[in-house]
Design a protein around this ligand. Structure first.
Ligand SMILES: [Zn+2]
Length: 256
């Protein structure tokens, strides 16, 4: 027995469970992959694309690195991007970071002595540029989470500036780039603004500098549903004699 035999045992149990519920499962898997989404996420072990999206293997093409950074000299991410768009014909690219990201925390720290600090340099530079504003946020956790959001918006812009994406848009490919953030504390994904679907939309985006001053309000699906329910309520015209209670229990509540 080796220390990792347990993983082989887990693998056998998983494969058997899959075929017990669905005898053709691996036959279908072996045929081809037809993922509809490219996920660019953090290497953090808590944020696995298939799990948080509730998708099966074969449904999402994945690239992960520390702090979900798009380095335009990174052959790995560029190859993934090109393969996803041109060969898999994926039309939705999701840049999904997460709150409490250790990579972002490192970028905000004074420690600068390892290879990972080269990797994190775009975030470090952004932090240095806006340090007065960001350090004015008194709670360190809030400051970190704000920077996690800003980093995603930065990477959406970097992705949208790659020649691969530009050429796809110029060819009329209906490509959408989504900036999302995942809450490790509640399991919910939040959208950071609308997706970017064209060169014109990319060019009309607010600058990252402006975003630091006026951040986007993250919106989870739960919050969106609550806001829609609240909107329905405010458009409701009560009939004469309608007995309206003061609390409908539909207040959207704090941002989630
Ligand atoms: Zn992370």
């Amino acid at each position: 027995m080796t220390p990792l035999d347990e993983l082989f045992d887990r693998n056998v149990a998983w494969a058997q469970a899959k075929t017990r519920d669905d005898p053709d499962y691996f036959r279908r898997m072996a045929e081809n992959q037809r993922p509809q989404y490219l996920w660019i996420g953090c290497s953090d072990s808590r944020v696995t694309a298939n799990d948080v999206l509730g998708l099966e293997p074969g449904q999402v093409f994945v690239h992960r690195n520390i702090a979900n950074i798009v380095h335009t000299s990174d052959m790995n991410i560029l190859a993934v991007l090109e393969f996803a768009i041109q060969h898999l014909e994926i039309r939705h690219i999701i840049v999904c970071g997460h709150y409490s990201c250790g990579g972002i925390e490192r970028a905000l720290s004074e420690e600068k002595s390892a290879l990972v600090d080269h990797w994190l340099q775009p975030i470090v530079m952004l932090y240095r540029k806006h340090r007065a504003l960001l350090d004015a946020i008194p709670d360190p956790r809030t400051r970190l989470d704000r920077m996690c959001e800003i980093n995603i918006e930065l990477q959406v812009r970097r992705l949208a500036a790659t020649p691969i994406v530009e050429q796809a848009w110029l060819r009329g490919v209906p490509l959408a780039i989504h900036g999302w953030i995942y809450g490790v504390h509640d399991g919910l994904i939040r959208a950071l603004g609308a997706p970017v679907t064209s060169l014109a939309e990319r060019d009309s985006l607010a600058t990252i500098d402006a975003r630091i001053v006026n951040p986007v309000e993250p919106e989870s699906m739960l919050r969106r549903h609550a806001i829609e329910a609240f909107a329905d309520l405010t458009s409701f015209e009560p009939q004469e004699g309608f007995d309206c209670c003061p609390d409908h229990g539909l207040n959207p509540g704090p941002a989630s």
